[in-house]
Design a protein around this ligand. Structure first.
Ligand code: SF4
Length: 281
């Protein structure tokens, strides 16, 4: 039986992108190929906020007790090896049962499953078929993979997704949060139109850029041009930076105005005003 290293599993409202407002189960798996330490930092500087937390990690017994950060990756504990002991390895049968147990009626009705991370399309692709084939997952109709758009789908996983999506009224979405230079990641590593085009074969794929400044908007325009040149047809969203309310409220309106100017979609981060972006929301 396959296993997953699970950072978080919770039921909430999807706060971002296409399914904003939809009750959703979030399965956050461990591991990422990026660090995104540039978020919220002056250009060229990298956040060291998580180093301070790592120094006192022995004080935390549970992922939910960890402090929130205002710079760098706001889900740092889902990939930083210094926090890996807080993410247990669990067999897919147990994960499937735990997922359904979070639902209000203990069965799928109109809820949606979000598989997120970290980067959920790293090696875990091999475990998802076992998870999704568990009998308690039969009523699930909609899945979103929240990805940074840098991971190719394996041939085995592609065949599985085709089969899964063919069953009636099932829908797969790839929410591609491609990382601009403000993340601190290198352009050539983060902007991968050759890979993202592949996601459109299975359903809906869209781009979602975290922006704060006019420079970020210019970078997003350049990235969109590259994706379009490669044949990508999906929607484009821009979303304000800000894992904490004080940062988010500084730039959400400006980002909405940027979206209107460009004719792109605005994505909120509803989990910030609704739930203060606490772990488990
Ligand atoms: S890609 Fe996402 S999970 Fe990975 S470091 Fe960047 S923001 Fe964090």
């Amino acid at each position: 039986m396959s296993k997953l290293k699970v950072a978080e599993l919770f039921y909430s409202i999807q706060g971002e992108g296409r399914y904003m407002g939809v009750p959703s189960v979030f399965l956050r798996v461990f591991g990422c190929n990026f660090k995104c330490a540039g978020f919220g930092m002056p250009q060229g500087e990298l956040s060291e906020e998580t180093d301070d937390i790592a120094n006192i990690v022995h004080m935390f017994n549970d992922y939910k007790e960890l402090p929130l950060v205002s710079t760098g990756c706001d889900s740092y504990a889902s990939w930083d090896p210094r926090f890996k002991h807080l993410s247990p390895v669990i067999d897919t049968d147990s994960v499937a049962l735990a997922i359904v147990d979070t639902l209000p009626h203990k069965e799928w009705r109109d809820e949606h499953l979000v598989i997120t991370g970290g980067e959920p399309l790293l090696g875990w692709q091999r475990a998802y078929p076992d998870l999704l084939e568990h009998p308690v997952m039969a009523g699930l109709k909609e899945i979103t993979f929240e990805t940074n758009g840098t991971q190719r789908l394996s041939d085995e996983f592609k065949s599985y997704l085709f089969k899964w999506a063919k069953k009636s009224k099932r829908e797969i979405t790839f929410s591609v949060s491609a990382k601009l230079p403000c993340s601190g990641e290198r352009w050539e590593d983060a902007i991968r139109p050759d890979i993202v085009g592949q996601y459109e074969w299975f359903g809906t794929a869209y781009l979602k850029f975290v922006v704060a400044t006019e420079q970020d908007l210019k970078d997003a325009e350049r990235a969109v041009e590259e994706y379009r040149r490669a044949g990508f047809t999906g929607h484009v969203y821009v979303m304000p930076v800000g894992g904490v309310e004080r940062v988010y409220t500084l730039n959400n309106r400006a980002v909405a105005e940027m979206a209107m100017r460009k004719g792109w979609r605005y994505s909120d981060r509803l989990q910030v005003p609704l739930f203060k972006n606490e772990w488990g929301t």
